[in-house]
Ligand binder design. Structure first.
Ligand SMILES: [Zn+2]
Length: 66
C-alpha cells in the first residue's frame, strides 16, 4: 500500500525566525558549524555545505501592515 506523501524537494527547506541561522548539518560528516545570513532581498539562504535552504518564515508579509 502506497503512502500519499508530498513530493520531497531535492534538499530540505528550513523555516527560520531570524535572519541569522546556525547550521551544523543533518549528519556530522564534513559539515562544520556555520552561521548563515539570509539575503535581505530574497529572504533565504542556501547552506554551502549541506545545500539546505533556510527561508524567513514570515518574509512574504514582513513589509505589509495590517
Ligand atoms: Zn548546512
Amino acid at each position: 500500500m502506497m503512502h500519499a506523501e508530498p513530493v520531497t524537494p531535492l534538499f530540505e527547506t528550513v523555516e527560520v525566525d531570524s535572519p541569522r541561522v546556525a547550521c551544523a548539518g543533518v549528519t556530522d560528516s564534513g559539515h562544520p558549524r556555520v552561521y548563515l545570513h539570509l539575503d535581505s532581498r530574497t529572504g533565504d539562504v542556501i547552506c554551502p555545505y549541506c545545500s539546505r535552504r533556510f527561508i524567513m518564515k514570515h518574509h512574504d508579509t514582513s513589509w505589509q501592515e495590517y
